[in-house]
Ligand binder design. Structure first.
Ligand code: XMP
Length: 321
């Protein structure tokens, strides 16, 4: 890998911001760039950096893939409005669910999401806004895991030998490529993002699709969305690196009101980690685990079983697909 990591300790913040702003600004020149804000740490930081560098030459969108958490598009857009950044919501739910229909293999699902983002949605946005560049927050860990063949992160394009200009009709600028998550959080703070944004637990590009084992349908995403809201509510005070719900493919036998209930299974994961390269499950209090089981099985219709993952990364990965 030719890209050289800048460690958190080695990051000279003001120099980095100035250098990257200049690079981005001179690449885009008199033209325009677009970017997709998801509200995750990386995309929030790159949106702020991009606006600092490009001002009105950057148009930011929130792509509503139908795979986001409850109320997320509106919440993130409202937050950025308070920072003086206008973000337009694009409804692309149909495109994503059409592309995911019938797919159960994790890498096929990731590929479907990547293609929908880059070849369909971005390509259209770039064309409509007459832009030549897409600005995105790919980080060092994303490249490392994709190049090592562990998991294709949805935003890795050029490092896989794909020329975005040829394939999709635009160039990609990635100012965060040399940084890992802790350094990106520091950069977010330096760029005056609210703490809620730069401290946010990571959320994967494929969004809730990374947390549905088997076919990703609107109905199945809704189940994991409801379970995720409960897990986030119960565990946000834990201080853990990342915590979420996963919907399993297999059903199991449960019992409700004395009758068999062949229902769905939710797995809860909660990780201690610094940069997602390795991880260990959080030592959650037993009553907190029981509360999760009780709330999920009573509030999410059709779920009869909740498990807690007790595997380290490696051999597990943080997400399930
Ligand atoms: P894994 O599951 O590979 O996750 O151990 C490592 C970190 O990356 C996030 N993740 C992703 N982020 N696109 C992303 O932007 C992806 O496809 C993706 N897969 C995993 C994950 O949430 C964790 O923080």
């Amino acid at each position: 890998m030719e890209i050289k990591e800048i460690t958190r300790e080695g990051l000279l913040m003001e120099d980095f911001i100035q250098q990257k702003s200049q690079e981005v600004s001179s690449l885009v020149g008199d033209g325009l760039a677009v970017n997709a804000l998801s509200g995750g740490v990386d995309s929030s930081v790159v949106t702020m950096l991009g606006h600092k560098a490009l001002g009105r030459r950057l148009k930011s969108y929130f792509i509503d893939s139908g795979l986001m958490r409850s109320g997320e598009p509106q919440h993130v857009v409202a937050l950025f409005k308070t920072l003086g950044v206008e973000v337009e919501i694009i409804d692309a739910q149909k495109q994503f669910f059409d592309a995911l229909r019938g797919k159960t293999d994790p890498e096929e699902k990731r590929e479907a999401i990547t293609q929908t983002f880059y070849a369909l949605v971005f390509a259209q946005l770039v064309m409509q806004s007459n832009a030549s560049y897409v600005l995105q927050g790919t980080n060092y860990t994303d490249i490392e895991e994709t190049v090592a063949g562990i998991k294709r992160q949805h935003n890795i394009i050029e490092q896989l030998g794909i020329d975005p200009q040829k394939e999709y009709g635009y160039k990609i600028i990635e100012p965060l490529l040399q940084l890992r998550k802790p350094a990106i959080r520091d950069l977010g703070r330096a760029l005056k993002l609210p703490e809620e944004l730069y401290r946010r637990p990571p959320f994967p590009g494929p969004a809730l699709a990374a947390r549905v084992i088997g076919e990703v349908t609107p109905e199945r995403v809704e189940i994991v969305r409801q379970a995720t809201a409960i897990v986030e509510d119960e565990l946000q005070a834990s201080g853990a690196f990342q915590y979420f719900a996963i919907l399993h493919e297999d059903r199991v036998t449960g019992v409700r009101a004395g009758r068999r209930d062949f229902g769905m299974q939710i797995e809860v994961r909660c990780w201690e980690s610094d940069d997602a390269q390795t991880g260990i499950p959080t030592n959650l209090p037993y009553d907190r685990l029981l509360a999760l089981g009780t709330r999920i099985t009573s509030e999410v219709l059709g779920v009869v079983s909740v498990t807690y993952n007790i595997t380290r990364k490696p051999p597990s990965t943080i997400e399930a697909i």
